[in-house]
Write a protein that binds this ligand. Structure first.
Ligand SMILES: Nc1ncnc2c1ncn2[C@@H]1O[C@H](COP(=O)(O)OP(=O)(O)OP(=O)(O)O)[C@@H](O)[C@H]1O
Length: 277
């Protein structure tokens, strides 16, 4: 941990642009993850605070996606503890983690290509649906009301992300940048407390990246969503993030503000000094 990170007030702080960063929301304590003989993550600790945009960066194979998979419950680490909202999280299935308020997007888009944009986004609300099929048969009115509420929430997200014009279009027909936006919409439909974005700008052109940056900032600002993202575009990372964790060969080699990271010699040697877009 850097000196700056050590002196951070427990209750949080206000950023230069007036956003409120709150207390610790998630804490990873001494996480180690192995795949057979391969150590993907070695003894890494860091925290994510309420309301912040936290980036995880590092060279290919550094362990970034593995870390995101630990946070979202896809992988259970052999060592270490995951704390969320002040409590230690026992090993959980990904859907249980999702119910706790953690949603994610994937490095490779994972949408239903044949389904409309609207229906894809509706799937983001599945973990929140209470009424089961038997109840629906017995008590149509309640199920209908629930469906209406879900639709209303989804429509708001569609407006927010400016995708009204494609709401009926099958996702498979959309250009790449819009697919990524639909994936973001689906994750937001779960109304997450913590949103995990795995390379949200990968494969995008400049204009698409600008749009995505704006939407990420707006989501954080308007919904108060805490965001952790993996990204290789350093311009984007340094512009968007409040704090950055740097990984290399499964170890943490830096943790601090974008300015701390830019001037961290170990980070420059391992990552920033080389081309990686
Ligand atoms: N399911 C798996 N089985 C075996 N090894 C894995 C698995 N997932 C990741 N690894 C290994 O763990 C290490 C870290 O991989 P990871 O994908 O987390 O890195 P990364 O920083 O996300 O890389 P990239 O930027 O290329 O996506 C690599 O050596 C990788 O080969």
């Amino acid at each position: 941990m850097t000196a700056a990170a050590q002196t951070m007030p427990a209750e949080g702080w206000t950023t230069a642009d007036g956003r409120k960063i709150g207390p610790v929301l998630m804490e990873m304590k001494n996480i180690t993850l192995r795949f057979g003989g391969v150590k993907a993550i070695t003894d890494i600790s860091f925290d994510i605070r309420e309301g912040e945009i936290r980036a995880i960066i590092g060279p290919n194979g550094a362990g970034k996606s593995s870390m995101l998979n630990v946070i979202s419950g896809f992988y259970v680490p052999q060592e270490g503890e995951v704390w969320f909202r002040g409590a230690r999280r026992p090993p959980m299935k990904p859907y249980e983690v999702a119910r706790q308020g953690i949603a994610r997007t994937f490095q490779n888009i994972a949408l239903f290509e044949g389904m409309s944009v609207l229906n894809n986004i509706m799937t983001g609300r599945l973990t929140m649906m209470n009424t089961n099929i038997a109840q629906q048969a017995l008590w149509w009115g309640r199920a209908q009301r629930e469906e209406d509420e879900h639709r209303e929430k989804v429509e708001k997200i569609i407006d927010f992300l400016e995708i009204q014009h494609i709401r009926k279009t099958p996702v498979g027909r959309l250009p790449y940048g819009l697919k990524k936006r639909v994936e973001l919409a689906r994750a937001l439909a779960a109304e997450p407390k913590l949103l995990l974005l795995d390379e949200p700008m990968a494969g995008m052109n400049v204009e698409e990246k600008e749009d995505m940056c704006r939407f990420i900032l707006d989501v954080n600002d308007e919904f108060g969503t805490t965001i952790a993202l993996i990204e290789h575009d350093m311009g984007v990372v340094m512009d968007l993030s409040d704090r950055v964790v740097v990984m290399d060969y499964g170890k943490k080699i830096g943790d601090g503000s974008p300015d701390d990271i830019r001037s961290n010699q170990a980070v420059i040697d391992a990552y920033l000094g080389v081309s990686h877009d």
